[in-house]
Design a protein around this ligand. Structure first.
Ligand code: RB5
Length: 147
């Protein structure tokens, strides 16, 4: 599975932690689309870069990071085909995959320390979508894109 990661200047350190955790998984390939310095950037631009890799079929999932995770998750959810989940805890991370089939995980670099963030990432990459009744509901979410 290929996972694209991106952050704004508010989550540079968290991006490095996320990449370190993803490196624990031999079957995960990581693509880092920036930002790479502390210079201020606009998080919608980063969300667009990450999500373009997913909607074009070059990657299966993405992880987007900003100061709170809020702005970049809102931006990502404007893009067709993206289901971004802002998760600050392990339970939400698990449910975002099992029930919502989230293809993007959002977290806040100014919210989460490296330990909790690492656990969230581990659970998020290892949890499968349950399908069944949840597939019907996710289908209804995707139908909203056309309304
Ligand atoms: C940037 O200062 C900050 O607004 C951004 O990282 C994020 O927290 C927005 O939601």
């Amino acid at each position: 599975m290929k996972i694209v990661v991106g952050c704004d200047h508010g989550a540079l350190a968290l991006k490095e932690e996320v990449k370190k955790v993803l490196a624990e998984f031999a079957d995960i390939e990581v693509q880092d689309v920036g930002t790479y310095t502390e210079d201020s950037v606009d998080y919608p631009d980063i969300a667009e870069k990450v999500c373009a890799e997913i909607t074009s079929g070059h990657a299966e999932r993405g992880i987007v990071l900003c100061g709170t995770g809020i702005g970049i998750s809102i931006a990502a959810n404007k893009i067709q085909g993206i289901r971004a989940a802002l998760c600050n805890d392990v339970y939400s991370a698990r449910m975002s995959r099992a029930h919502n089939d989230a293809n993007v995980l959002a977290m806040g670099g100014r919210v989460l320390g490296p330990g909790p963030a690492g656990e969230i990432v581990r659970v998020w990459v290892q949890t499968a979508f349950l399908g069944g009744r949840h597939a019907r509901r996710v289908g209804k979410i995707m139908d909203l894109e056309g309304k």
